[in-house]
Design a protein around this ligand. Structure first.
Ligand code: NOJ
Ligand code: CA
Length: 605
C-alpha cells in the first residue's frame, strides 16, 4: 500500500455505514409507517451492530410520490416521520452513542408541491419560473428526454398556465431544478448549511450527477444510443457544468473536515470516478457506482437478469478494477443492497433455506474485507430476503408500478415483467424490518404500509440475538474484526485466481500483516488449491461454518464457505503455476479435518 493512502487516513474511510429506510424500520405510533421515534427506540440495537454512521433515507416534508425523494419543504420533517424535535433527539442520541448521521439530500429535483414549483408553474414571469427547466410550446415538441418513472417514458410534461413543458428525469411530480440559475444553487447551499448546523455529519447526494444539463437542448437520441449504449443515466450524468457546480458546492458548504458526502453515481464509469472524489479536486468524498449491482442485467426486458446466474470472474474483475481506481487517491465504497436494489442475499447469495444463512455470512465477509467503506442496508445483518410479490397491486413503488403501466401500454409481456420484478423490484428491499416473532414482526401495531415478509417468524432480530451462530452475531463479530484490524480498511488488495469460476480469493496487506480471504460464491462443494503454502496446522481466523478441511494445500470448501486466514507473513508470495506443480508432486501430507468456528477460533482482537 502506498504511503499516500496512509497519510490520508480519516474517519469516513474507517466507517461502516448502515442504511435505514425510515418507512420500514420501526413504527412508534401504530399508523403502519416507520418513523423517527421508532428509530430512536431502537438505537441500542443499532449501536449493538458496531456501525459508525447511519445513512437515513429522506425524511423531509413530502407528498411521497417517491417516498420522500420528492421534497416539498427542505426545512421541515415529513408528517409521517415525526417532528423537528424528534429529529434533534435522534441526532443527539446517535451522537451520544458515537454514531454519525448522514442525511439523504435531493437537489436534482423537488416535488411539484414545493412552493418554488407551485409558483413557477403559474406564469413565465414568475421569479421561480427560472428555477426549473422549461420548453416553450411555441417551439413545437421538446427534444426527446427519457424519464425513469414516467409511464410513457417521457421526461417533459405540459403545463397549461405557462404553455410550456417542464423537465422531470423522474416522475412528473418531481420537476428538475435548474442549476444553471445561481439563485437555485445558493438556495441549495443554504439548505445544506442549515442541516450541517443542526449537527449532521454528511449527505448522501441523490442523483447528484444529473444536476447539470445542456440547456441548448440538442436532439440526443442517436448520441444516447451510440455513445451511451441507450443508457440515459450515463447521458444525464455528463452535463457540461457538473464539476464546476460540485466545486462551488464544496467551497460553499463542504470545506470542513468533520463532514462527508456520498454521491449516488449512476452513469459514472471508472475513468471518471476520481473527478468526483480525488482530494485535490475538492468536490465530494465518496461515491457509489452501479456497475456492480447491474452485473448480469440482460439487454432486453426491464431489470431482467440473464439466465445462468452469476459470472464470478466478471464480478471479481469488476470489483478489482474499481479497487484499482482508488489505489493512489480518492476512496471507494462497497455495497450489494440499498433501497433501490433487491435484498442482497437473494440477488448475490442464495435465499433457499439451506443456503440462506451461510451465503448471507459470505456476503457480509466480502463487504467487510474489501478496501472501501462498506455500506450495509438494514436487514442485511439478518439475511432478510426478497418478498417476491405475485401481483402488481402489492407493490407501492412508483418505479415498478409505472414501468408495469409502460409495459402494458406497449402490449408487452406483463407476466414476464412481474417475474423479473420478483428478483429486482425495489420493494423487495423495502419490506419492514423483522424485529421478532410477534404479529407484524414487531414492526407495527397497525397495518404495515408494505406487506411484511412471512418468513419473519424465523428470520428476525430477536431470534438471531439468542442464537450464537446467527447471521446477526456473525455480522457483529466481523464488524469488530474490521474495527480492530486496520489492514482491512487500508491494506493493499490483491486479487488471486481471477479466472476461478467459483472462488473469489484475495489478500489484504498492510505493514507486517497479510490476510488471505477465500470465498466460495457457489452452491457446490469445491476442492480448492490454495495460492499460498499454508502450514498444515493453520486455522482460519474466520470461518462462516463449523467445518474446515485442509489437505495437501487444498481446502474442501463447502457451498458458500467464507474463510479468512492470517496474519500471514507479508513476504509470502502467491504460488504461481510452477510452484503449484511442485506442491502437487509432494507426497500427500496428513489429512486434516476438524471443527472450527468463528466463535471458537478467535478474532484475537
Ligand atoms: C435515486 C434514489 O435512490 C431513488 O430511490 C429515487 O427514486 C431516485 N433517485 C429519484 O430521486
Ligand atoms: Ca408511524
Amino acid at each position: 500500500m502506498s504511503n499516500k493512502v496512509v497519510r490520508d487516513k480519516n474517519w469516513w474511510k474507517e466507517s461502516i455505514i448502515y442504511q435505514i429506510y425510515p418507512w420500514s424500520f420501526k413504527d412508534s405510533n401504530g399508523d403502519g409507517i416507520g418513523d423517527l421515534q421508532g428509530i430512536i427506540s431502537k438505537l441500542d440495537y443499532i449501536k449493538s451492530l458496531g456501525i459508525d454512521m447511519v445513512w437515513l433515507n429522506p425524511i423531509y416534508k413530502s407528498p411521497n410520490d417517491d417516498n420522500g425523494y420528492d421534497i416539498s419543504d427542505y426545512y421541515d420533517i415529513m408528517r409521517e416521520m415525526g417532528t423537528m424535535e424528534d429529529f434533534d433527539t435522534l441526532v443527539k442520541e446517535l451522537h451520544d452513542r458515537k454514531i454519525r448521521l448522514m442525511m439523504d439530500i435531493i437537489v436534482n429535483h423537488t416535488s411539484d408541491e414545493h412552493p418554488w414549483f407551485a409558483d413557477a408553474r403559474q406564469s413565465r414571469e414568475n421569479p421561480y419560473y427560472s428555477y426549473y427547466h422549461w420548453w416553450p410550446a411555441e417551439k413545437g415538441k421538446p427534444p426527446r428526454r427519457y424519464s425513469h418513472f414516467d409511464p410513457a417514458g417521457n421526461a417533459w410534461s405540459y403545463n397549461k398556465a405557462t404553455d410550456s413543458y417542464y423537465l422531470h428525469y423522474f416522475s412528473e411530480k418531481m420537476p428538475d431544478l435548474s442549476w444553471e440559475n445561481p439563485d437555485v444553487r445558493k438556495a441549495i447551499y443554504d439548505i445544506m448549511r442549515f442541516w450541517f448546523n443542526k449537527g449532521i455529519d454528511g449527505f448522501r447526494m441523490d442523483a447528484i450527477c444529473y444536476i447539470s444539463k445542456d440547456t441548448t437542448w440538442p436532439e440526443v437520441e442517436e448520441i444516447v444510443k451510440e455513445k451511451y449504449r441507450s443508457d440515459w443515466s450515463a447521458y444525464y450524468a455528463h452535463g457540461p457544468h457538473l464539476h464546476e457546480y460540485l466545486q462551488e458546492m464544496h467551497r460553499e458548504t463542504l470545506d470542513r473536515p468533520d463532514v462527508t458526502t456520498l454521491a449516488e453515481a449512476s452513469g459514472i464509469t471508472k475513468d471518471e470516478a476520481l473527478l468526483f472524489v480525488k482530494e485535490d479536486r475538492k468536490e465530494l468524498h465518496m461515491l457509489y457506482h452501479f456497475e456492480g449491482v447491474q452485473l448480469g442485467f440482460a439487454k432486453e426486458g426491464y431489470k431482467r437478469l440473464e439466465p445462468g446466474g452469476l459470472n464470478l470472474p466478471e464480478m471479481k474483475q469488476l470489483y478489482t478494477d474499481w479497487n484499482n481506481v482508488f489505489a493512489e487517491g480518492g476512496w471507494g465504497t462497497i455495497y450489494l443492497g440499498t433501497h433501490d436494489q433487491p435484498r442482497m442475499v437473494t440477488r448475490w447469495g442464495n435465499d433457499e433455506e439451506q443456503y440462506r444463512e451461510i451465503s448471507a455470512k459470505l456476503l457480509i465477509t466480502f463487504l467487510l474485507t474489501m478496501r472501501a467503506t462498506p455500506i450495509f442496508y438494514y436487514g442485511d445483518e439478518l439475511g432478510m430476503t426478497n418478498i417476491r410479490f405475485e401481483k402488481i397491486e402489492d407493490y407501492k413503488d412508483i418505479e415498478t408500478i409505472n414501468m408495469y403501466k409502460y409495459v402494458k401500454s406497449q402490449g408487452g409481456d406483463t407476466e414476464r415483467f412481474l417475474k423479473d420484478a420478483q428478483i429486482t423490484g425495489r420493494d423487495n428491499g423495502r419490506t419492514p424490518f423483522q424485529w421478532d416473532e410477534s404479529p407484524n414482526a414487531g414492526f407495527t401495531t397497525g397495518k404495515p404500509w408494505l406487506k411484511i415478509n412471512d418468513n419473519y417468524k424465523f428470520i428476525n432480530a430477536a431470534a438471531q440475538d439468542r442464537d450464537e451462530r446467527s447471521i446477526l452475531r456473525y455480522f457483529r463479530q466481523l464488524v469488530l474484526l474490521r474495527k480492530h484490524k486496520p489492514v482491512l480498511t487500508y491494506g493493499a488488495y490483491e486479487l488471486l485466481d481471477p479466472d476461478h469460476p467459483q472462488v473469489y480469493t484475495y489478500t489484504r496487506t498492510l505493514d507486517e500483516e497479510k490476510l488471505l480471504i477465500v470465498l466460495n460464491f457457489s452452491k457446490e462443494e469445491v476442492l480448492y488449491k490454495l495460492p499460498f503454502v499454508l502450514d498444515i496446522d493453520t486455522e482460519p481466523l474466520v470461518n462462516n461454518m463449523l467445518s474446515f478441511r485442509l489437505e495437501n494445500n487444498e481446502i474442501t470448501l463447502s457451498p458458500y464457505q467464507a474463510l479468512i486466514f492470517g496474519p500471514l507473513p507479508t513476504e509470502l508470495q502467491p504460488l504461481r503455476d510452477e510452484a503449484q506443480a511442485l506442491v502437487e508432486e509432494q507426497p500427500s501430507g496428513k489429512m486434516k479435518e476438524k471443527n472450527s468456528s468463528l466463535e471458537s477460533n478467535e478474532l484475537a482482537i
